[in-house]
Write a protein that binds this ligand. Structure first.
Ligand SMILES: *Cc1c(COP(=O)(O)O)cnc(C)c1O
Length: 388
């Protein structure tokens, strides 16, 4: 059966070239990078190469990059690391209501430890107004964290503008750029950020490896205590194959980004337009133009997102409703609720995310199958019958 993957925001396949680059570091070049013998030094050199590539990609300095186990750790490191380093100055954090759980949960944890957190709400397109961030600032604010692009609805935030406000007020600014690094240009100086999280498995690298950019001079407490790796900022034996894979993934994105953005946004726009033409009572979620080139999020009235997913899966098509982390619960997505969507409609949301290996024919196939599935499900829906 034809198998079509349209869930790139949940994770991407590891590019075969990335796998090839990683391969030698499992057996031939397996040394511990902290060892001073040649086995260690060979691995160390590969790590520093990857660090330089990653830094250059972000317009940063190599010593400003700390490798982590992924987006979740980078976010926890940033949020808790700044909170504990700055608690003498204040205990107030500003973030948004549409962040990934890997930001919301550490913030809630800090609330239970005496910190105060403001979760600023978006407008109906999922956009955060920088003035709302500004208004939330108090004398005790020590950190602002706003995601670069939303993983569910794809809206891209005015990060540079928010960063400017943070800087004018002497407050550290972090962005969760897990959905943007490798997909659209991300430069730390253009964005005015002090900290930035990224994760390799969202841009064709392996799972379990990521990085936190920490601007030189930033006061941050370590998150993992132990050995003196990463210039004493993050303990644990270096994940050499993972780091090498991340470096290679960065290189491939650097080479291909412009073309991929162009190709994917064309397919995205065709999907959005055709779904709305072919299926009545559907609504685009997120911003019409300030959105990721690969993100389509649509609410389909009168049906459950889960039923569509299962029916599409039978046809060999993988998509998502809400985000992968929340789809095991029956709660509607916190992001869709935050943009003001009624829970019934939020339940019928569908996220299609495209990527490097998406073909025009995949989109054709989906567009052939989806309207039939929706029609079948609607005919079984009592709500639909009532509304007719
Ligand atoms: C996937 C994702 C994360 C978590 O990254 P992991 O590497 O899977 O821990 C964090 N934030 C956003 C926006 C994401 O999309």
């Amino acid at each position: 059966m034809k198998k079509i993957y349209l869930d790139y925001a949940a994770t991407t396949p590891t590019d075969p070239e990335v796998i090839k680059a990683m391969q030698p570091y499992f057996f031939d070049k397996f040394g511990n990078p902290s060892s001073i013998h040649s086995f260690g030094q060979e691995a160390k050199k590969a790590i520093e190469d990857a660090r330089e590539k990653t830094a250059a990609f972000l317009g940063a300095q190599p010593q400003e990059i700390v490798f982590t186990s992924g987006g979740t750790e980078s976010n926890n490191f940033a949020i808790q690391g700044i909170a504990y380093a700055m608690q003498k100055k204040g205990n107030h954090i500003i973030t948004t209501a549409i962040e990934h759980h890997a930001i919301i949960e550490p913030c809630k944890f800090l609330e239970s430890r005496g910190f105060k957190v403001n979760f600023v709400g978006p407008d109906k397109y999922g956009l955060i107004n920088p003035q709302d961030i500004k208004k939330a600032i108090t004398e005790k604010t020590i950190l602002i964290s706003v995601m670069h692009a939303n993983n569910e609805i794809g809206t891209i935030q005015p990060i540079a503008e928010i960063g400017k406000i943070a800087r004018e007020n002497g407050i550290y600014f972090h962005t969760d750029a897990v959905q943007t690094v490798g997909h659209i240009p991300v430069k730390v100086d253009d964005l005015n950020v002090d900290l930035l999280s990224l994760s390799a498995h969202k841009f064709y690298g392996p799972k379990g490896i990521g990085a936190l950019y920490i601007r030189k001079g930033t006061r941050i407490e370590r998150f993992l205590h132990g050995g003196d790796q990463e210039r004493n900022r993050r303990s644990s034996t270096y994940n050499t194959p993972g780091i090498v894979g991340l470096g290679k993934a960065v290189e491939l994105c650097q080479d291909n980004m412009k073309q991929e953005m162009e190709d994917q946004s064309k397919l995205r726009d065709r999907l959005i337009k055709t779904i709305q033409e072919k299926i009545p009572h559907t609504y685009l979620n997120g911003h019409p133009t300030l959105r990721l080139p690969n993100n389509v999020n649509i609410s389909i009235e009168y049906i459950e997102g889960e039923s569509i997913i299962l029916n599409l899966d039978i046809e060999g098509i993988a998509v998502s409703t809400g985000s992968a982390c929340t789809s095991s619960s029956l709660e509607p997505s916190h992001v869709l609720l935050a943009i003001g969507q009624p829970p019934e409609l939020a339940h019928g949301s569908l996220r299609l995310t495209l990527g490097r290996y998406t073909k025009e024919s995949d989109i054709d196939y989906l567009l052939g199958v989806l309207p039939k599935i929706v029609q079948k499900l609607r005919l079984m829906s009592p709500l639909y019958k009532e509304a007719k």
